[in-house]
Design a binder for this molecule. Structure first.
Ligand code: 57M
Length: 358
């Protein structure tokens, strides 16, 4: 909004020219969302407590008993700070920033529906798996159609590390894109089982995509780095920065020992949005590298359930997703979290190397 209101006045006051730069507005968006989350956090958490939004805690991991009553739905705080910061600092006439916000709010609404249902039942029984999937598919389909009908968007799949190799999926890009968003949304949700475990790697992934998106929207850089160019996409860097700020602000309160959990309203929204960002900058497969930790958590569940069924009751891990396995082995929670963060930073750096190694 500042861009739309102040940049046109540059001829009268040249200092306002600074609003032209995506880099400046992105930094401002990050700081705004971060400060807003930190300032509003204590009141917001107190409000959740008054509403009795305490998380139901399973009894099968003993170490989690102490977490009983921790308020959930902290994702709402992220959503608010992200939306305010994005509105203030982005070019509000840009269609892609609105699409990104739509994905965040859409997936978040499905999560909120689940969280509210769990709250009403005073236990961990939310909406049915089928209803949740239907909601996620509906949001992903809308977002994917909006991207697909865009004349600048290509249905070609970019293959990391191979500059010449692309696969044109044609109309099949639509179901593929929907799958990417829904899978990413569920993968982040599965990972969200320890304090700061989901938000840390999400921040790293978002930072990596902010770089890819900035390059995708810049004709000169994209040409130099052989990244598909898409005019207008660069503005989404401001959205990514606001999301990083909102995520860091949430982590302020979600850091071990957590004062608030993000809830499905946060985890589904962040995951779906990471999927959308990967599709937007045509780095669909890079998502599985930068989000390798989310992939590992999801694979651990798939392997555990398949092996359990195949062997009639045997397990590979003490418990899936993976973080529960380490917990039951006696690794302290804070150590698991920090090691997962370090792994995600490493994966983020590998993902960025795609830009040069091809
Ligand atoms: C999300 N939710 C957390 C919080 C958070 C198929 C199966 C693998 C599904 C999986 C599952 O239900 N996953 C969904 C997991 C829950 O956190 C809430 O949920 C939100 C995210 N959706 O924001 O509101 C608990 O996680 C802990 N937590 C923290 N800090 C945080 O910042 O400590 C969350 C955020 C919270 C809190 O304790 O209550 C969750 O884990 O329930 N199911 C499982 O993960 C279960 N695994 C399992 O049954 N494994 C089986 C099979 C099916 C694979 C096996 O290995 O044999 C475990 N879940 C729990 N205990 N809690 C079982 C043990």
């Amino acid at each position: 909004m500042f861009y739309n209101l102040l940049f046109p006045l540059t001829s009268e006051w040249s200092a306002l020219n600074v609003f032209r730069y995506i880099s400046f507005r992105s930094l401002a968006a990050l700081v705004t969302a971060l400060v807003l989350s930190i300032l509003l956090g204590p009141r917001f958490i107190a409000w959740l407590r008054r509403l009795k939004c305490g998380q139901y805690i399973h009894e099968d991991v003993a170490a989690h008993a102490a977490k009983a009553g921790t308020p959930t739905m902290g994702g709402l705080l992220m959503m608010f700070s992200l939306a305010v910061s994005m509105l203030l600092w982005s070019d509000v006439t840009n269609v892609y920033v609105w699409q990104a916000l739509l994905v965040f709010v859409g997936f978040g609404a499905v999560g909120l529906w689940d969280d509210m249902t769990k709250l009403r039942h005073h236990q961990n029984r939310g909406i049915s798996g089928r209803a949740k999937m239907a909601g996620q598919f509906a949001v992903a389909c809308v977002a994917m159609v909006l991207l697909y009908v865009d004349s600048h968007y290509s249905s070609k799949l970019t293959i990391p590390f191979f500059k010449e190799v692309t696969f044109d999926l044609g109309i099949f890009y639509l179901p593929f894109g929907v799958f990417v968003m829904v899978a990413a949304s569920n993968a982040v949700n599965l990972t969200d089982g320890l304090d700061g475990l989901a938000i840390g790697p999400s921040i790293v992934a978002c930072l990596v995509f902010s770089i890819f998106i900035y390059i995708t929207g810049n004709a000169r850089f994209s040409n130099y780095l052989l990244v598909p160019y898409m005019p207008g996409v660069g503005e989404v860097t401001v959205f990514c920065a606001a999301l990083v700020g909102a995520g860091l602000g949430f982590l302020w309160f979600n850091a071990y020992p957590a004062q608030v959990f993000m809830g499905d309203v946060g985890s589904l929204a962040i995951g779906g949005t990471l999927g959308y960002l990967a599709l937007l900058c045509k780095q669909e497969l890079v998502l599985s590298v930068v989000g390798g930790l989310f992939v590992a958590e999801t694979l651990s569940v798939i392997l555990q359930v398949s092996y359990f069924r195949w062997t009639g009751g045997k397990r590979i891990f003490r418990m899936a997703p993976l973080h529960h396995h380490f917990e039951l082995k006696g690794v302290p929670e804070s150590k698991i979290i920090i090691r997962f963060w370090i792994t995600s930073i490493l994966l983020g750096l590998v993902a960025l190397s795609v830009l040069k190694l091809r």
